[in-house]
Design a protein around this ligand. Structure first.
Ligand SMILES: [Zn+2]
Length: 139
């Protein structure tokens, strides 16, 4: 694993500490690796946030929004882990859809709680033909 990937794994695991999982009980951490328009490299962490108002933000969603809002729109990798990872809880279909529109060739790296890699794939590999890509993609 590269030093950058290891850093992203650490960010992903650290994000679990900030999770607000009072509804599901599953803490989820994520780290998005992305480039900005100048080719600068950035890593953005995120955790799931569940509010009693019924709004739930997934960790991958939070990390993705942080990257995009900082100008890092070339989304390369999404690291994700959860306290329920033994049940393959990370990277649900909702988050997969966000990543599909951001970059169908984005790598998804599911990380075990001990930091080892459980699964490395891409959005395209996991979802087959992406017939419904169209409006709503990042510029
Ligand atoms: Zn999700």
């Amino acid at each position: 694993m590269s030093a950058d990937d290891q850093y992203a794994v650490n960010q992903c695991l650290d994000a679990l500490n900030y999770s607000q999982a009072n509804i599901s009980g599953y803490k989820v951490g994520s780290a998005i690796v992305a480039l900005n328009e100048n080719g600068a490299f950035g890593i953005f962490d995120g955790c799931n946030i569940e509010l009693a108002t019924s709004k739930v933000w997934h960790a991958e969603e939070v990390a993705l929004v942080k990257a995009i809002s900082a100008g890092y729109r070339n989304i390369l990798k999404c690291f994700v882990t959860s306290t329920g990872e033994q049940q393959c809880a990370a990277c649900c279909g909702y988050c997969m859809q966000h990543l599909m529109y951001a970059n169908p060739d984005c790598e998804i790296i599911v990380v075990n709680p001990d930091g080892s890699v459980k699964l490395r794939t891409t959005v395209r590999e996991r979802n087959g033909p992406l017939a419904y890509l169209g409006k709503g993609r990042l510029d």
